[in-house]
Design a protein around this ligand. Structure first.
Ligand code: ZN
Length: 175
């Protein structure tokens, strides 16, 4: 769906040093992010920066394109403790769930999205060690939302348009 930001939410779409999350319609959010072939200190700093920005924005997940870096790295924090995933891939999925989502790059907009209920994700940690997680429910929803960001996909591409609504984002946590 096309998003028209209501006037009373426009102030949330500022992008500057104090508001470092990239917002729509920035094109970096629509690019396919590059796979990381060699981890360096730059990625460690990037991940730390992403965690800091996510926490400051009260998010439960963030993807590198949302801080302007088109590389395949995400942070998820379903239980507040951040997990960094490099080159994450869903290798198996099961069932489906419908639940409300928001996005730090589309502040104020919420709506229901259908996702897989359970996913198995393969990735690497920031030191390049292989990781394998099985996630269900809320954690599975967050990781699918963030991996979509790496493919230039936003939740507004999948949202049930009948459920879309605007509300003050400071009232809840966003992906
Ligand atoms: Zn998002």
């Amino acid at each position: 769906m096309d998003v028209v930001v209501p006037a009373e939410f426009e102030h949330l779409y500022v992008h500057d040093e104090d508001h470092p999350v990239v917002k729509i319609p920035s094109q970096v959010l629509r690019k396919t992010a590059t796979e990381i072939t060699k981890l360096s200190n730059r990625h460690k700093l990037l991940a730390e920066n992403m965690v800091r920005i996510m926490n400051k924005a009260n998010g439960v997940g963030i993807a590198a394109p949302q801080v302007g870096v088109s590389e395949r790295i995400i942070v998820i924090a379903p239980e507040r403790r951040p997990i960094v995933l490099v080159n994450p891939v869903i290798v198996k999925h099961e069932g489906s769930q419908v639940g409300e989502e928001g996005c730090l790059s589309i502040p104020g907009l919420y709506g229901d999205v259908e996702r897989f209920d359970t996913v198995e994700v393969e990735a690497y940690d920031i030191k390049g060690r292989p990781l394998n997680y099985e996630m269900s429910g809320y954690a599975a929803r967050i990781v699918q939302h963030e991996i979509d960001h790496l493919d230039g996909i936003l939740f507004i591409d999948k949202v049930d348009e009948k459920t879309v609504h605007w509300q003050d984002p400071n009232r809840e946590r966003d992906e």
